[in-house]
Ligand binder design. Structure first.
Ligand SMILES: Cc1c2[nH]c(c1CCC(=O)O)Cc1[nH]c(c(CCC(=O)O)c1C)Cc1[nH]c(c(CCC(=O)O)c1C)Cc1[nH]c(c(C)c1CCC(=O)O)C2
Length: 344
């Protein structure tokens, strides 16, 4: 039996239970994942479909979540565009030759995944035939990808990125256009291979003031979601610290808006209106709280989220590596036991 609760909630249809999945649901909190990581790097996992399929399925089998997310990284297509990267443990993506000049942008290739990332498409094909829950494909948002490509690594204040944005707006737009072309093409290939929903992770776009988001990023997001709409799968847009941007997010063309824990869901709903579904927003740090406290907070989110059709339970950001797997399981059970009709 195929469990389509997640897809139905994305389409704002009524569901008997609230669907739940977790960002970073495959990862270091799980001892079996850590054991695989002793033998393969993150990139190597992605290059071996049999391993990547196994890692993607782990949280579905162990936690009972209602969706799988392809095990990959937002940087994988950046490498395929011709910009080499490394993922340094406890640091994040590092790019030794960051983008500085027009020629660096011109050199980036809008690749064909069948040619450059065939293993990713093979992984998706196998997952699509084996899973009993929908598979979420994903890409990084252009702002977030650009931040790594320009800064050369993680950043606190995105100074170089914002500087390029305002001091060289034409070069910035050229980079946004290149990344948008890549995102539309690569996400389309993921759907063709069998992905049933797409999430755009624009984790760091919340560092922008709303007026800068509107001027320098939103047109690119609108082009991306317009380009992806014909694929007919739900499109999710997520970033961290996006409270002040949520109203703008709702008019990008995304069908589902991811919300972090800083914004009460009821406020998020007011900001996005009633044409989109919401996804979120349990604070990942609260997986370290006592069970009763976790439950109280989850019920509060469920009550706010289910006031309107179209709610998917998730964390406000990714699972922390030191999380107890039992806490994740408990949270899934609390969500599935919630009675949508009675609101308890
Ligand atoms: C910003 C970002 C990246 N990658 C991603 C984002 C957007 C989501 C977010 O904001 O968390 C997206 C991502 N990265 C990974 C997934 C897998 C699917 C999932 O289970 O959610 C997804 C959806 C695997 C991964 N990607 C990474 C890990 C952890 C390290 C590992 O196992 O080697 C995983 C499971 C590495 C990575 N890759 C990146 C970072 C910041 C890190 C963490 C570095 C660290 O803490 O060691 C870039």
């Amino acid at each position: 039996m195929f469990n389509d609760t997640f897809l139905r909630a994305c389409r704002r249809e009524k569901t008997a239970t609230v669907p739940v999945w977790f960002m970073r649901q495959a990862g270091r909190y799980d001892a079996d994942y850590r054991a695989i990581r002793e033998r393969y790097s993150l990139v190597e996992i992605c290059e071996h479909p049999e391993v990547c399929v196994e890692v993607t399925k782990m949280p579905v089998e162990k936690l009972g979540v209602d969706a799988a997310i392809l095990f990959s990284d937002i940087m994988i297509p950046v490498g395929a565009m011709g910009l080499p990267f490394e993922i340094r443990e406890h640091v994040g993506p590092i790019i030794a030759t960051p983008i500085r000049h027009e020629r660096d942008v011109e050199r980036l290739e809008v690749f064909d995944a069948k040619e450059k990332l065939p293993h990713v498409l093979q992984t998706i094909e196998r997952l699509a035939s084996e899973l009993t829950v929908p598979l979420i494909g994903f890409v990084g948002g252009p702002f977030t990808l650009a931040s790594y490509m320009i800064e050369g690594g993680p950043s606190r204040d995105y100074l170089k990125t914002k500087q390029m944005m305002v001091a060289r707006p034409e070069l910035w737009q050229k980079l946004m256009d290149k990344l948008a072309d890549m995102v539309i093409r690569y996400a389309g290939e993921q759907v063709q291979a069998g992905a049933q929903a797409l999430q755009v992770f624009d984790s760091w776009v919340g560092s922008l003031a709303p007026s800068d988001f509107v001027q320098y990023v939103k047109p690119t997001m609108q082009r991306i979601f317009a380009g992806l709409q014909p694929l007919g799968v739900p499109l999710i847009y997520f970033g961290v610290n996006t409270g002040e941007l949520l109203g703008e997010f709702a008019t990008t063309g995304a069908n589902v808006i991811g919300v972090d824990w800083r914004v009460p869901l009821a406020n998020a709903r007011q900001r996005v209106g009633s044409d989109v579904a919401l996804q979120g927003n349990f604070d990942p740090a609260m997986l370290f709280a006592p069970a009763a406290e976790m439950k109280r907070r989850a019920i509060d989110i469920l009550q706010q989220g289910t006031k309107d059709p179209g709610f998917i339970f998730n964390l406000g950001h990714g699972v922390k590596p030191t999380t107890d797997i039992a806490a994740l399981k408990y949270l899934v059970d609390v969500v599935h036991e919630f009675d949508v009709n009675r609101g308890v």
